[in-house]
Design a protein around this ligand. Structure first.
Ligand code: C5P
Length: 222
């Protein structure tokens, strides 16, 4: 960044999947690698921000210059860590793929196979981190992600509204883009605006995302 567009700002970034334990050896997870979120955190550091990174279970090294990293496992743990870190943050970027549901109970011992019968797992809803933040009277500028396989714009705009976000970054999953890949392509939506960030590696894309977020932040809060 020629100019440090986020200088003096505190930014919290969440990244990676969440794992919801079923028993001591099994869990429900998702295919997020955390690469996009880690790239966003690194780009925010390079733009001059003080960055806290809340990471789900990933095997990625902490980017240089991160002020604080907290590692969590479940959506409930990520919710608690983000709410604490975001209390005095200027911007929250939710790049984590947070599990929507968790088993209603975690078994203390490994579940045994009961041959010949079905097993039913009961799931209960996890709290929505972005929605929890936006419900607070004062909260950081909120950036969400939306990974969609269809109707990308309408689902993303709906999410922008429903979760009370300032910007949403939508990507189409599939076609060698999105999860577990080096490349991605994003479309940013905000109230009354849109920006296309064409296919690029996640590092380049993260820098462009940060440029736009900084510009929107300044327009709304500057
Ligand atoms: O509704 P959906 O999960 O597709 O929305 C994605 C966005 O919402 C991401 O930014 C994700 O980090 C955030 N999210 C959240 N808390 C949840 C689920 C998703 O903050 N429980």
């Amino acid at each position: 960044f020629g100019d440090r567009v986020l200088a003096g700002l505190k930014v919290v970034v969440s990244a990676g999947p969440t794992y919801e334990d079923i028993d001591p050896v099994r869990f429900i997870g998702n295919r997020s690698s955390g690469k996009m979120g880690f790239a966003v955190a690194e780009a925010a550091v390079q733009a001059g921000a003080q960055v806290t990174l809340i990471a789900g279970p990933v095997s990625l090294a902490t980017p240089p210059g991160i002020a604080m990293r907290a590692d969590v496992r479940s959506a409930a743990q990520m919710h608690a860590a983000v709410m604490e870190a975001a209390a005095d943050a200027d911007i929250y970027i939710g790049a984590a793929a947070v599990g929507d549901y968790r088993p209603n109970a975690r078994a203390d011992n490994k579940l045994k196979k009961q041959s010949g019968s079905e097993l039913t797992l009961q799931l209960i809803e996890n709290p929505d981190i972005l929605a929890s933040l936006s419900a607070q009277q004062t909260h950081p500028f909120l950036v969400g992600f939306a990974a969609e396989t269809q109707n990308v714009e309408s689902y993303a705009r709906d999410k922008l509204q429903r979760k009370g976000l300032d910007v949403i970054a939508a990507n189409q999953v599939g076609d060698g883009l999105g999860f577990e890949t080096a490349d991605n392509a994003l479309t940013l939506y905000w109230a009354g605006g849109v920006a296309e960030l064409p296919r690029a590696d996640k590092t380049a894309l993260a820098r462009q995302l940060i440029e736009h977020v900084a510009a929107r932040y300044k327009a709304v809060r500057g």
